[in-house]
Design a protein around this ligand. Structure first.
Ligand code: APR
Ligand code: PHB
Length: 389
């Protein structure tokens, strides 16, 4: 039987970042990941980092490449009714966001963990968590054998579909959920971005987002039907539809090219309460999902990791459990604010139905935003990320 201080289930950004920060505190962990290393490295996800997330990556000593390759964005644009309004993040809050893909963060973290000789077990199947009320054990199948890992704590960093949340009795938790009647169709292409900053566009035909990964790589999204099929979206149709949904100046800036990746994701809000069950802590997507509109998923995950690694460090240094005890409450407060912002931003930019009243309300709200520094400041504050209390 193996033994470690913290068993971490999942090698996404949450699990990798937690293991790296714990390592720097002299705390031992083992990461168990269901997929292969290549599969984890190949996933394409969001790419906007709050300043707090940038700080945490620097604390984790995995920020060097990010600092040299990121694009710093002082603002973004909101398009609606043929207009474009700039949300001046820097001017309104003093802060800015960084554009740096989650794929790159995962790579930087994996490289750092590998270089430190970390225990990372990929293709660990049938992970099962037991004994979370006293002495946790994590069992898994690898290379045709069942292995057991004893630990002090389990960090459930295994995403929305993971096993950790499911190993807690349903009656011990409360789940809050909101589905949205649409998805996002995303493409990645090696073409220069339509504009220097991101553009979130409300349009009668549906929402569109212009994002990027670098000066030569663009990421675009279109609101689509929930059950839309990728084969109905050849590249030409995507580019045509994108240009129709953008303000004219942005549409003129779109460079078309072959897609490197194309995918559809449903939008949902989800939160589980609490986040701690005895010696099991849920972290990141395992505990909460937000629609991508507010660019909060990865940043919220980093926020959980920050609170948990500090609590574990305090526990191993002093034996005190007070920070472990407040993990759930502290994180949930910030999570619910991000859930609110992501829900609001989705509500005001997407097409919900053929309800013209609703569309008029959205336009009135965006029109108000365009003219109110107070309203814009609220958007900017939430977008760059709320402080930890
Ligand atoms: N056993 C082991 N590993 C598992 C299991 C399991 N039963 N189930 C899932 N996993 C792994 C997945 O293969 C994945 O690599 O857990 C990892 C979870 O990673 P993410 O889903 O990326 O979640 P997280 O690390 O919390 O990252 C949050 O990623 O999904 C985005 O929007 C999200 O940007 C946010 C960030
Ligand atoms: C992205 O670049 O993938 C991205 C950017 C901003 C969002 C969502 C996704 O709000």
């Amino acid at each position: 039987m193996g033994r470690t201080q913290v068993a971490i289930v999942g090698a996404g950004p949450s699990g990798l970042l937690l293991s790296q920060l714990l390592h720097l505190q002299g705390i031992d962990s083992v990461v168990l990941e269901r997929s292969s290393r290549e599969h984890v490295a190949g996933r394409i996800r969001a790419g906007i980092l709050e300043p707090g997330t940038v700080d945490l990556l620097l604390q984790a000593k995995v920020g060097e490449r990010m600092l040299s390759e990121r694009l710093v964005h002082d603002g973004f644009a909101l398009g609606f009714a043929g207009r474009s309004v700039r949300v001046d993040l820097k001017g309104l809050t003093g802060g800015a966001v960084s554009v740096y893909g989650q794929t790159e963060i995962t790579k930087d973290l994996t490289d750092a963990r590998m270089a430190a000789g970390a225990a990372m077990i990929f293709e660990a199947r049938e992970v099962a968590v037991e004994g979370i009320d006293s002495r946790p054990t994590v069992r898994y199948l690898q290379g045709g054998r069942v292995h057991e890992l004893r630990c002090d704590f389990v960090a459930g960093c295994d995403g929305y579909h993971g096993v950790c949340r499911q190993s807690v009795p349903r009656e011990s938790m409360q789940c809050f959920e909101r589905g949205y009647p649409f998805g996002w169709l995303g493409i990645l292409a090696d073409v220069p971005p339509a504009a220097q900053e991101l553009i979130y566009s409300n349009h009668e035909r549906g929402f569109a987002l212009c994002s990027m990964r670098s000066p030569t790589r663009s990421r675009y999204y279109l609101q689509c039907e929930l059950h839309e099929k990728l084969e109905h979206w050849p590249d030409e149709r995507f580019w045509d539809e994108l240009r129709r949904r953008l303000p004219a100046s942005a549409a003129a800036g779109v460079t078309c090219g072959p897609s490197l990746e194309k995918s559809i994701a449903p939008l949902r809000s989800f939160v589980v309460e609490p986040l701690r069950f005895g010696r099991l802590f849920l972290v990141g997507d395992a505990a909460h999902i937000v629609p991508p509109t507010g660019a909060k998923g990865l940043n919220l995950a980093a926020g959980d990791v920050r609170v948990l690694y500090q609590a574990l460090a305090e526990y191993y240094r002093t034996g005190r459990e007070n920070l472990l005890e407040s993990y759930s409450e502290k994180c949930l407060r910030r999570i619910w604010r991000a859930v609110r912002f992501s829900w609001w931003f989705t509500s005001v930019t997407h097409r919900f139905s053929d309800d013209p009243f609703n569309h008029r309300l959205q336009l009135a709200e965006l029109d108000y935003l365009a003219e109110s520094t107070a309203a814009l400041t609220s958007v900017a504050e939430n977008y760059v990320g709320l402080p930890f209390k």
